[in-house]
Design a protein around this ligand. Sequence first.
Ligand code: R5P
Length: 291
Amino acid sequence: MPEADDTESRNYFADVPVENHGFHVRGANSLEWGQKNRLGRIFRKESGKTVMFAVDHGYFQGPTTGLERLDLTIPPLLDKADALMATRGAIRTSVDPAMDKAIVLRASGGPSILKELSNEQVAITLDDAIRINASALAVQMFVGGEFETQSIKNLTTLVDEGMRYGIPVMGVVAVGKELVRDARYFRLATRMGAELGAQIIKCYYTEEGFDTVVSTCPVPIVVAGGKKLPELDALIMARRSIDEGAAGVDMGRNIFQSANPRAMITAVSKVVHEGMSAEDAHELFNDLSNQ
Ligand code: R5P
């Protein structure tokens, strides 16, 4: 019989491989389990990346082209995405609750395109985000905008609430017409978001210096698609974003306004997760479109 306390004399773990749970999402190692679990639903463990399908445009601009019918646009594309970025209204009315994709829930809002867009407030309670089973909350950051401080306060409020319940926050860098969309601006805005607690940052790709935007931001950056481009150009942007360090894309118009949205999201996923070249992905897009 062993002694009452023979812990030191027995090697309980001799044959057990050590698993340190090194986590695949940048900057997330010190977060608690629930936050990591939610981030792990957004960013695939195998690639460390995500294809987020953004359909939250209606919250300030109404039924934009390609998103007139949420119920017809979202469901056929969901299986190709890792995460759906949407409002609670879109989700409750137009998305099957049995779907198994991560939800990145739009959590700020207020002004329409008819008003000053930076004048947003927090637009949801954490109770409701939990009811919807959100994997993250998305909040607009208007760095340099008229209501800059208010929008940053929205972010920190949601980070505090998110920390309470284990829900990460994605800071969305929103660029006003008057602001220069260069790497210097994005280094400022993305770093502010990360240092103020956002666990994911979304911003635009820059032709020059995007790698420095990524390297100076300690949390994952996902790249917004922006205005509709020819499919090949959008795929080139996705390829370059990933090559220069982005942890994925959060693409809306370049998918749902494409001539073939399903072929486009399939091609984007190949670029993001499988290292496919933009040219090969474009060929795939054409093949799928012609089937
Ligand atoms: C904009 O504020 C919304 O958050 C959109 O989700 C975002 O702009 C991404 O969509 P798109 O790829 O169409 O730019």
